[in-house]
Ligand binder design. Structure first.
Ligand code: NDP
Length: 287
């Protein structure tokens, strides 16, 4: 039997509706509108599209937003000064620096992210938020893995006691996903490019998360019958063709549930960003 398709837009619509309601409630209670500032350095075309989408989502959900465009030759010092100003701004409750940074300052990425106040770190990349996630305290959690977790919950996919396998150990997706699934009492294995006999590991997974960045990497023989397969990958294989890390056409015949690409996890990320902005504003204003 073909798998249940987990459509990102259905889940994203729920998350956005929740964020909109919470933003309105906060405005009513405090008179303050939650605000997001996005800093973009340079003119990377993909980044410009992402930033536009974030801005549009803010407008739809009643969240104030500012886009700060800085030239490609911006120095680290100038960027840090901009972050300091936003850290101090009463109108802004969430700050993110759009990645990738231009090559000249990319090496300073940690210092730049670490300058954002943890309370306003809506990407969830600051070590304070990473530490809180690991120790189980309330944290701002990176949007993509958080969206995956919330989708699993809403879809009624059991995590407690299940075997979960994540392929990919990035700070943005793989590692936070590990902690989110662990906190839901899954038994979690994380795989990477040094993992031996990867298919033997992935075949044990009740929940398989692919965050690799390689088109169609996960094939049907790597998947246990009935497993839930979450495809985080976004790979452009032709100017207008995006595919995931999972061989969707074949894996959907084996899996119990699966996310498509496009139309899956990608749509959850911006929705979760909106939730993080509202959460950050709630904490700054009423907690
Ligand atoms: P990274 O490149 O940071 O990490 C990729 C991971 O895959 C690494 O841990 C790497 O292992 C592992 N890997 C690579 N090749 C293999 C292999 N042959 N076998 C096993 N593991 C392998 O990627 P990200 O986590 O940033 O992104 C992953 C994918 O998700 C990309 O396609 C990206 O575009 C997409 N993405 C989508 C988002 C969304 O909104 N939907 C948001 C963020 C990312 P090692 O560590 O050993 O090198």
């Amino acid at each position: 039997m073909a798998a249940r398709i987990l459509e990102g837009r259905e889940f994203a619509a729920r998350f956005r509706a929740d964020a909109k309601e919470r933003a309105a409630a906060l405005r009513e209670k405090t008179g303050v509108t939650p605000g997001l500032a996005v800093i973009i350095v340079g003119a990377d075309p993909a980044s410009k599209v992402y930033v536009r989408n974030k801005n549009k989502a803010c407008a739809e959900l009643g969240i104030y937003s500012e886009v700060i465009e800085m030239p490609g030759n911006t120095t680290k010092e100038a960027l840090l000064a901009q972050i300091d100003a936003l850290n101090a701004s009463k109108k802004i409750h969430g700050i993110l620096v759009q990645l990738p940074l231009p090559a000249a300052i990319a090496k300073d990425g940690h210092e730049i992210v670490n300058r954002i106040s943890p309370a306003k770190d809506v990407d969830g990349f600051h070590p304070v938020n990473v530490g809180r996630l690991v120790t189980g305290e309330e944290a701002l959690v990176p949007c993509t893995p958080h969206g995956c977790l919330r989708m699993l919950e809403l879809a009624g996919i059991e995590m407690d006691g299940k075997r979960a396998v994540i392929i990919g150990r990035s700070n943005i997706v793989g590692k936070p996903m590990l902690h989110l699934l662990l906190a839901r009492h899954a038994t979690v294995t994380i795989c990477h490019s040094h993992t031996k006999d990867l298919a033997a590991v992935t075949r044990e997974a009740d929940i398989l998360v692919a965050a690799i960045g390689r088109p169609h990497f996960v094939t049907a023989d790597m998947v246990k019958k009935g497993a839930t397969v979450i495809d985080v990958g976004i790979n452009r294989i032709a100017p207008k063709k995006l595919v995931g890390d999972v061989d969707f056409a074949h894996v959907k015949e084996v899996a119990g549930a699966i996310t498509p690409v496009p139309g899956g996890v990608g749509l959850l990320t911006v929705a979760m960003l909106m939730e993080n902005v509202v959460q950050a504003a709630e904490r700054q204003l009423i907690k």
